[in-house]
Design a protein around this ligand. Structure first.
Ligand SMILES: C[S@@+](CC[C@H](N)C(=O)[O-])C[C@H]1O[C@@H](n2cnc3c(N)ncnc32)[C@H](O)[C@@H]1O
Length: 232
């Protein structure tokens, strides 16, 4: 039987170039892009790295990150680079039911935009096995889980930072429900933060209903506000 989720995502994504010169993918059925057309790299850095990881990181020696939607691996690449530069250990768990093929990954231009050893790191992230923790670097353990967030079992009180990077509520409303947010809330440590690009009223109300404290903060180019939610 075909579920709503796989009918939305089954077709091969198309490569497009966003306004900051970085590539992204577009899933064809709803013309939904994996990142903002105003700049994929800029969006990832602003929302997930600067408003999530960097904002949370004070003196911790290790940060546990949960990502919803591994997709192109851009957030993971920027996070491993952060962990090496800032000398903080990161344990990164990413949930993804529909991995991007290595052929398509090879067309993404993030490593060449970043330079240094980004190419090698990007390949290691994509080639690392699924459903087991892998040391991609001394500072970075990756555990990619081949599953939807609805089906996965998450440890309780485990995560400091959550990158909630699902397709939009218009395309995948089933991702932005109180059931999913409640599951993530239980998996987070107290004082942990969830960041997402959506500033939709219903999304914020659902997060609030699960116990999160909501902050609306300035977004990247093309987006007035984004949401940061803290577990009290
Ligand atoms: C907006 S894209 C962002 C992906 C990624 N963070 C990136 O930077 O490329 C959303 C991702 O969520 C994934 N996804 C779809 N259904 C999902 C589900 N039920 N649970 C977790 N992820 C899902 C999609 O396959 C896609 O890779």
């Amino acid at each position: 039987m075909q579920t709503k989720t796989n009918s939305v995502l089954q077709q091969l994504p198309k490569l497009i170039i966003t306004e900051d010169g970085s590539t992204t993918l577009e899933q064809s059925q709803h013309n939904e892009t994996y990142h903002s057309i105003h700049g994929a790299m800029n969006e990832s850095k602003h929302i997930f790295i600067n408003s999530g990881l960097r904002a949370f990181h004070a003196n911790q020696e290790q940060i546990n990150i949960l990502e919803i939607g591994f997709g192109t691996g851009l957030n993971a690449l920027l996070s491993i680079i952060y962990s090496i530069a800032e000398e903080v250990k990161i344990h990164y768990v990413s949930i993804e039911p529909f991995p991007v093929s290595l052929l398509t990954v090879g067309e993404l231009n993030y490593p060449e935009m970043i330079g240094g050893n980004a190419e090698e790191l990007f390949l290691s992230l994509h080639e690392s096995l699924w459903n087991q923790p892998i040391f991609v670097h001394d500072m970075f353990i990756l555990n990619k889980i081949l599953s939807g967030v609805q089906e996965v079992e998450l440890s309780q009180n485990a995560f400091d930072v959550v990158y909630f990077d699902a397709f939009s509520p218009e395309v995948q409303p089933e991702m932005w429900t109180t059931e999913v947010f409640n599951k993530i809330f239980m998996a987070m440590k107290s004082n942990g933060v969830l960041v997402t690009y959506s500033a939709k009223g219903q999304v914020k109300r659902n997060l609030k209903e699960c116990g999160f404290i909501i902050e609306s903060i300035p977004g990247p180019k093309g987006k007035r506000e984004i949401t940061r939610a803290r577990k009290p």
